[in-house]
Design a protein around this ligand. Sequence first.
Ligand code: HEC
Length: 139
Amino acid sequence: MRSRLQMSQSPWLRPIAATGALTLLLSAPSSLAQQPANDEAAQQAFNNSCRTCHSVKDGDNRLGPNLNKILGRKAGSLPNYNYSPSMKDAGFVWDKDKLTRFMVKPDEVVSGNKMQPYGGVSAEDAAKVVAYLQAAGGQ
Ligand code: HEC
């Protein structure tokens, strides 16, 4: 018959468990320190979702128009970029709210736009991208 003693945790296991807990405790602060600063996260979000087609440099149009000083710029207004008719006639000025909604659901803001193929971003990433555009593009 097994005694209750044999079933309980062996004493030699305890230091291992304690070491594991200690490792967790010690690694927590350093993993926090490795988190990128806010502006790096913002740039990362832009790089991941927009940079294939957009630059923030003035005059640097790629597949998409440059996004220099996009906050406060009239939609579809760059003279040297070939917009879709719907973007050209959008008739509003980009603000944070419009930009965020456009990133999440482009067609709801400018129906018939030609920003394709575009994978979309989460609302959280959209907020980061707006912060990046604001910081990088002047304004
Ligand atoms: C696959 C390429 C592509 C990607 C990726 C892309 N865009 Fe675009 N974007 C375009 C094109 C093309 C247009 C022009 C749309 C039109 O004329 O209808 C455009 C237009 C825009 C405009 C309107 C600019 C103006 O002058 O009015 C904004 C703002 C914009 N994009 C923001 C973004 C942001 C922010 C991201 C990333 C979250 C992004 N785009 C990702 C291709 C892209």
